[in-house]
Write a protein that binds this ligand. Structure first.
Ligand code: CAA
Length: 380
């Protein structure tokens, strides 16, 4: 497999790095402290084409490949992982689903403005009692004339208070198990759609996470996304792509932590020399470096499989599992290399450590990734 970047991918990396270092870096700690959603930065990301990077240009997107998408999310997350997940959810969980399963009318109405960054999307699967066991969802939808009526509560919704377009999963028939799940598009201003509690989080604190309440929320039947009988498979297949995004977010956190640790180690003098000359520190940097490279290649393997039209379910689960562990490892070692300074908020590494943890949890916990990987392995 050829891992050489194309000119277009190199240019994208430089563009995103410039944006992240010039515009995101200086206030990242403050946004984290204030839990402030970066509205202006998200608007700018839309203008730069970062919110629909892979969407076909005819629907307002950048038409780039999945390695490019990974580069985008890595570079954002290297500086501020909150921006990484905001972009990842819009690109993967919303635009990808709409482009893959939507009708032309749905693409015109919803995908175009989302891909152009004029609107923001959210993906609503989890519920207070339904996390890993995603098909056990309790939110209901029932047909009434030309409409669906949705009732229930969604939980931990990224971009929740800020979005305009919501991809919502609800069951029409609980007795049918996953076969009862439908996938519906809900607009923010729909009567009966209520924004719930905004969560206070350990990390990715300037990304927005909330619950949503549906009280007899009525949406037209034409807002059904994809084959109504296949709602659960649609949820899962969207997550396959999403997991490449979260793996890339984890990679970005790992790289950010590595860069900070390397720079600090070259400056910090103890025992009469920079600590980078201590073998204990060199070994930590070497371990971080190897894991970062391995994570990146697992992500590009999943991206390549996707772009070649091959099944990438296990590949994206492998990439997410390993990249999330890498983010945790690298952020932890970066704090260790910083010593006491790593434990205070003057340096970004404590934020990287807090941000890294979520990559082992959302879009399927590490344990769920192992289930996906082992089921695939046991097939053959
Ligand atoms: N890709 C495509 N289809 C899939 C699939 C996948 N990865 N996994 C399952 N399916 C399909 C199956 O083929 C089957 O459909 P058919 O009968 O038509 O073939 C159907 O879905 C049911 O499959 P299973 O019997 O395997 O389903 P299960 O109940 O055993 O669940 C699971 C499988 C892997 C545990 C799944 O429930 C899962 O992934 N859980 C984790 C949920 C998750 O990731 N939640 C994250 C929330 S979103 C979020 O975090 C977003 C955010 O804001 C950042």
């Amino acid at each position: 497999m050829d891992f050489t970047y194309s000119e277009e991918q190199e240019l994208l990396r430089q563009t995103v790095r410039d944006f992240a270092e010039k515009e995101l870096s200086k206030d990242a700690q403050q946004r984290d402290a204030e839990e402030k959603f970066p509205k202006e930065h998200v608007k700018k990301m839309g203008e730069l084409g970062f919110m629909g990077l892979q969407v076909d240009p005819s629907w307002g997107g950048g038409g780039m490949d999945t390695v490019a998408y990974s580069i985008l999310i890595e570079e954002l997350s290297r500086v501020d992982a909150s921006l990484g997940v905001i972009a990842s959810v819009n690109n993967s969980l919303v635009c990808y689903g709409l482009e893959k399963y939507g009708t032309d009318a749905q693409k015109e109405k919803y995908l175009k403005p989302l891909a152009q960054g004029m609107k923001l999307g959210a993906y609503c699967l989890s519920e207070p009692g339904t996390g890993s066991d995603a098909s056990a969802l309790q939110s209901t939808c029932s047909k009434d004339g030309d409409d669906w009526i949705i009732n229930g509560t969604k939980n931990f919704i990224t971009n929740g208070t800020q979005a305009n377009v919501y991809i919502v999963f609800a069951t029409e028939d609980k007795s049918a198990g996953y076969g009862g799940v439908r996938c519906l598009i809900v607009e923010r201003d729909t009567p009966g759609f209520i924004i719930g509690r905004k969560e206070k989080k350990l990390g990715i604190r300037s990304s927005d996470t909330c619950s949503l309440i549906f009280e007899n929320c009525r949406v037209p039947l034409t807002n059904t996304l994809g084959d109504p009988e296949k709602g659960f498979s649609i949820a899962m297949s969207i997550l396959n792509k999403g997991r490449i995004g979260i793996a890339s977010q984890a990679l970005g956190i790992a790289v950010g932590a590595f860069d900070a640790a390397r720079d600090y180690a070259k400056e910090r003098v103890q025992f009469g020399k920079p600590i980078a000359r201590q073998q204990a520190v060199q070994f930590m940097l070497a371990e971080m470096d190897v894991r970062i490279h391995a994570a990146r290649y697992l992500i590009y393997d999943a991206a390549n499989r996707k772009d070649r039209g091959l099944d990438f379910t296990a590949a994206s689960a492998r990439a997410k599992l390993f990249a999330a562990e890498t983010a945790m490892y690298c952020a932890d070692k970066a704090v260790q290399i910083h010593g006491g300074y790593g434990y205070i908020k003057d340096y970004p590494v404590e934020r990287f450590l807090r941000d890294a943890k979520i990559t082992e949890i959302y879009e399927g916990t590490s344990e769920i990734q192992k289930i996906v990987i082992s089921r695939n392995a046991l097939k053959s």
